[in-house]
Ligand binder design. Structure first.
Ligand SMILES: [Zn+2]
Length: 290
């Protein structure tokens, strides 16, 4: 009996030792696994960090690329030449000139402009004031601005005016005028552009049309007036002799009592010049991107 008990006790001790040994072993395995897991976590973290760094670098690369392409995409207005042509003079010029190069048809150089129905202000005076304001605004934006004339007394023919734009190789010539009608209710602005009838006007029609539309729409929406649209004309000497894009704005009607008074106010003239400058800037920039 004593021997049996001793054997049983011995067996229990062996079993207990075995259990302990097994637990020790498995806990060792566990901690190895944990350690491996921790390592893995650290690894992932490091990978993440390095991925982030990579993304940042890429982002910076992109930024740098964008900055360069922004610079390339922003059309510079430097060296862009705008010719501003204030319509008429303080005296009419009844000499005649060919309506188109090589044409036998002759037309008066300047029959004189309109006159304010209420204020009696002559059109050349309104034209010159808006033109000088427009020149200052465009120069502020970086454009090179050439005037066909700066004095009311300078009486130029339309061939002479067109030749100034040609000589300057202007990006755009804008002729500044105010309208007149037998109907005192007629109001708003219209834009005249050359109809493609000769070698000159065929080469400038498309661009003039684009500039004309853009400038008119900008002006009308900024000033808030009636839009009478863009009209192609084949009977204008100043268009037919032009080799560079040319547009003629009729800024409103001096024969309309309300518009006459507006056209003669400094505030309204500032607005007109501002609208024209914004329109020209938008048109020239969009056109250089094409
Ligand atoms: Zn006129």
């Amino acid at each position: 009996m004593k021997k049996k008990l001793g054997f049983a006790a011995g067996l229990i001790v062996v079993i207990l030792i075995s259990i302990f040994a097994f637990q020790l072993h498995s806990s060792a395995i566990k901690s190895k696994k944990e350690a491996a897991a921790v390592e893995k976590k650290v690894d992932t973290k490091q990978t993440k960090v390095s991925t982030n760094n990579k993304t940042n670098v890429n982002k910076n690369d992109e930024k740098a690329k964008n900055a360069t392409s922004d610079v390339n995409n922003t059309p510079s207005v430097k060296q862009k030449v705008i010719v501003v042509d204030p319509g008429h003079a303080n005296k009419s010029n009844l000499e005649k000139e060919p309506i188109s190069p090589g044409s036998a048809e002759m037309k008066i150089k300047d029959g004189g402009g309109a006159e304010g129905v209420v204020t009696k202000t002559p059109e050349y005076s309104v034209n010159m004031k808006v033109s000088m304001k427009l020149k200052a605004l465009l120069e502020k934006e970086g454009y090179i601005v050439k005037m066909t004339k700066t004095e009311d007394s300078q009486s130029l023919g339309n061939v002479e005016r067109a030749e100034i734009g040609n000589k300057e190789n202007a990006d755009l010539v804008i002729r500044i005028h105010a309208d007149s009608s037998d109907s005192s209710s007629a109001n708003g602005a219209s834009m005249l552009v050359p109809e493609p009838i000769n070698e000159n006007t065929k080469s400038i029609n498309e661009k003039s049309m684009y500039y004309g539309k853009t400038v008119l729409n900008t002006l009308v929406s900024e000033v808030g007036m009636n839009n009478r649209g863009v009209v192609q004309r084949n009977d204008m000497t100043g268009f037919n002799w032009s080799k560079v894009p040319v547009i003629l704005i009729e800024m409103g009607f001096l024969s309309n009592p309300q518009e006459d008074q507006l056209l003669c106010s400094d505030d309204y003239e500032n607005k007109l010049a501002q609208g024209l400058a914004h329109g020209i800037d938008a048109a020239v920039k969009a056109s250089s991107k094409k």
